[in-house]
Ligand binder design. Structure first.
Ligand code: DC
Length: 215
């Protein structure tokens, strides 16, 4: 079977995770959530009580940890932390960890290998997939949405006040898109889909059409 890599990038609150999982399911492809790696690195660093601003110390804490990613579950030193890495303690500081070049370097090769061992066929979601991890991806998608819409979606999920969420989203967007290493950007050759006024199903279908047109 030919290789088929679908890179899905974009900020949080665009529906990237749900859309990419559903696209993978319907297209019969494995799904790789690269954000989970930066989240588990953050948890490993928090548990080791290292300074999150110190990239070398965070990378060393990651090195000392055993990290496994299988069937969408993240295992840290034998402990299933899939839910814990989505909690507030990790979410509020993960951008700091994801900004360290030392940490990114640890994961990029691992992500490439993960896809390679699955025959080079996968839907991969993140922030730097079409630009850095798989610049030659067969299909590159960049999901976007207005900040207010993204804040509203997250507030509806978590019950937090929308203004607080909006401030947090603006802060994270700024960190993710201005960091020196692999900033969030629209990769060259990507199809940009603004999901602000679209329904989930419409977005999934649009991506499936692009896959269909490519094959
Ligand atoms: O998609 P997410 O919210 O799970 O991502 C968590 C953090 O990791 C977020 O700050 C963006 C960052 N990230 C990244 O820098 N590169 C990736 N490929 C995926 C996520």
């Amino acid at each position: 079977m030919p290789t088929l890599i679908i890179a899905m990038d974009g900020p949080s609150g665009t529906g990237k995770s749900t859309v990419s999982k559903e696209v993978a399911r319907r297209a019969g492809l494995p799904h790789l959530d690269t954000g989970a790696f930066y989240r588990v690195a953050t948890l490993a660093a928090l548990r080791a009580a290292v300074d999150l601003a110190d990239g070398a110390a965070v990378a060393a804490a990651v090195d000392r940890s055993e990290i496994e990613y299988e069937d969408g579950r993240m295992i840290l030193n034998g402990d299933d932390v899939t839910e814990e890495i989505r909690g507030e303690a990790v979410t509020s500081v993960v951008s700091k960890v994801a900004a360290h070049a030392e940490v990114r370097k640890q994961f990029v090769d691992e992500q490439r290998r993960w896809v390679e061992t699955r025959g080079g066929r996968a839907v991969v979601e993140g922030r730097d997939i079409g630009s850095v991890v798989f610049p030659d991806a067969d299909i590159k998608i960049y999901l976007d949405a207005r900040a207010e819409v993204r804040a509203r979606r997250r507030a509806a999920q978590t019950g937090e006040p929308a203004e607080d969420v909006l401030a947090d989203i603006a802060r994270r967007d700024h960190l993710d898109s201005t960091r020196e290493t692999s900033p969030l950007q629209v990769p060259e050759g990507a199809v940009v889909i603004d999901t602000s006024d679209m329904r989930f199903e419409g977005v999934v279908e649009r991506v499936l059409e692009l896959i269909e047109a490519n094959s």
